[in-house]
Ligand binder design. Structure first.
Ligand SMILES: *Cc1c(COP(=O)(O)O)cnc(C)c1O
Length: 355
């Protein structure tokens, strides 16, 4: 019999948020709101959409794998050289490249028991072991294990939304020996409103640091699959060695580059998210739920034993949220902060349950 590599047996299937069409069909609904995958409720950046549309004449050409227009803009934004940047088919791809480039069979990678599942999957695909440290008071466990080869840090953490300050991360990085790769996943950092750490300085001080970012959340481009990482030239060239040559497509590259200039959209997204996150947190607390303090575009809410039924009830009312069972938090749900209207529909659907 033909058998795939045995590492594949210990990787559970990725559990995505349910899609709008899936729920529409299941409950025969005309309108469904998806608050399950932390997408931008305002849609894609308008400037990105315009740039994307301009690309149709070039669809017959292979893209340039280095995404030069986008790389140039990112280098200017972060004040780094292009050799300190890699652009990926989503930041997920970069996580996979990092695992494949650095993990030998039997190596250990560290993460948390409730965090983004991609860290453990890419580790196992690479034939290495994944150790999930328990969260501490719902915060990511910042620990160094000298035997680890990679430490994955999700800051803010998905799904709790909790996060450490740049200072705290900096102090942690100082403690990590240089032969351990630190993958710092900052997919949601902009939503903290805290300003950017000087990543250009950090990568000089810490040649073992790989910081990943994404266009999927703030810029509203999840479907286009564009993410990137900033790191020392040494790490970036290792990842580029195994990067598929045409990993990002041309319309995606151009749309992402345009999104970087869309300051009005970014501002609107951040302002709405901050205001709605506060309001939603308050409203859920008034209803008696425990809500973790969030620096992201979602909130993590304790529902209790009937979390699964709670999620199903909301789905039947046309609101999709994420049950956190697959994240190791079966009594909790994660709710993406929506528009004021969407959040009102969500709260109404929750209340309809108690009647
Ligand atoms: C959404 C998310 C990403 C982004 O993944 P992409 O592949 O860039 O879409 C990365 N890390 C975390 C923790 C996320 O939640």
């Amino acid at each position: 019999m033909l058998t795939p590599r045995k590492e594949l047996n210990c990787v559970p299937d990725y559990v995505p948020g349910k899609s709008i069409d899936e729920i529409k069909e299941k409950y025969n609904l005309g309108r469904v709101i998806k608050l399950a995958s932390n997408e931008n409720p305002l849609g894609p950046s308008p400037m990105a959409m315009a740039a994307y549309k301009k690309c149709t004449q070039k669809l017959h050409l292979y893209p340039r794998g280095s995404a030069p227009e986008l790389a140039k803009k990112l280098a200017a934004k972060w004040k780094v050289k292009e050799e300190n940047l890699i652009i990926g088919n989503g930041s997920d791809e970069i996580l996979d490249l990092a695992a494949r480039a650095y993990l030998n069979k039997g190596d250990l990678a560290l993460g948390a028991d409730s965090t983004f599942s991609v860290y453990s999957s890419v580790t196992r695909f690479a034939g290495a072991k994944y150790k999930a440290l328990p969260l501490k008071n719902f915060c990511y466990p910042l620990e160094v294990l000298k035997s680890a080869k990679i430490i994955f840090i999700c800051n803010p953490n998905n799904p709790t939304g909790t996060y450490y300050s740049s200072k705290k991360i900096f102090d942690f990085l100082k403690k990590v020996p240089e032969n351990i790769l630190v993958v710092l996943d900052m997919a949601y950092w902009e939503f903290t409103g805290k300003g950017e750490p000087p990543l250009n300085k950090w990568i000089k001080l810490f040649p073992n640091l790989l910081c990943t970012r994404t266009f999927s959340k703030l810029y509203g481009l999840a479907s286009l699959r564009v993410g990137y990482a900033i790191a020392s030239g040494q790490i970036i060239s290792a990842l580029k060695k195994i990067k598929p040559p045409f990993n990002t497509n041309y319309p995606a590259q151009m749309a992402a580059a345009a999104a970087l200039d869309d300051t009005a959209f970014v501002e609107e997204t951040l302002q709405m998210n901050a205001a709605e996150r506060d309001d939603l947190t308050f409203a859920l607390e008034v209803l008696g739920f425990e809500v973790l303090p969030s620096g992201a575009n979602f909130v993590c809410v304790k529902i209790g034993k009937f979390a699964k039924e709670f999620v199903e009830h909301l789905e039947s009312k046309g609101v999709v949220v994420r049950h956190l069972k697959s994240f190791g938090m079966p009594e909790w749900v994660r709710i993406t902060v929506g528009t004021p209207k969407e959040n009102a529909v969500l709260l109404k659907a929750i209340l309809a349950k108690n009647k």
